[in-house]
Design a protein around this ligand. Structure first.
Ligand code: SF4
Length: 166
């Protein structure tokens, strides 16, 4: 008989619906409740090796970050959506992230070439980048957060220390 699988809070965070598409802080009560029960930063008790230690430490750091974003309602570390990552919608719209889901251009208008949009020759990417840099939004979305953490030396240092302790 198959054992029932459990849904890890992390996967729930990644699958948040794209319903909050306005400027400001994107919070949902369910997510807040979920973060109350997220595991503390320690991760599993058993000893891990190699990449597993890094993955667990990185995930623990993400949970801490997500809690702080929700509590402080701000970008706790800079968000690089629109620089380090972007999303392409099925209709060709290019978004800086799927939380804002604000089209900065459409690939159909550039013969499916991302470069004119990415290098701000057409579209609104400059405007969105400015807005994100000015911290006009904040959210704990996992995929943007992971990219942001990789680009944030203090976070990487904390993760490295945690890996050494595990
Ligand atoms: S903080 Fe980053 S990922 Fe979150 S809404 Fe703003 S741009 Fe999108």
């Amino acid at each position: 008989m198959r054992r029932p699988s459990c849904v890890h809070p992390h996967s729930l965070l990644e699958s948040l619906p794209q319903e909050a598409q306005h400027h400001g802080v994107y919070l949902r009560p369910l997510l807040q409740a979920l973060l109350q029960v997220l595991p503390a930063s320690q991760g599993p008790k058993r000893r891990l090796r190699g990449l597993g230690r890094f993955t667990v430490a990185f995930r623990a750091a993400y949970y801490q970050l997500a809690r702080r974003v929700l509590a402080e309602k701000r970008q706790v570390i800079p968000c690089y959506a629109g620089w380090a990552s972007a999303h392409i919608a099925p209709n060709g719209d290019v978004w800086t992230c799927c939380v804002r889901a604000d089209p900065v251009g459409n690939l159909r208008q550039t013969a499916y070439d991302l470069r004119p949009i990415w290098f701000e020759q057409v579209g609104r990417l400059r405007e969105l980048r400015r807005s994100i840099r000015a911290q006009e939004c904040a959210c704990p979305m996992a995929n943007a957060s992971y990219a942001n953490m990789l680009l944030h030396p203090p976070t990487l240092l904390r993760v490295a220390r945690d890996v050494l302790r595990r």
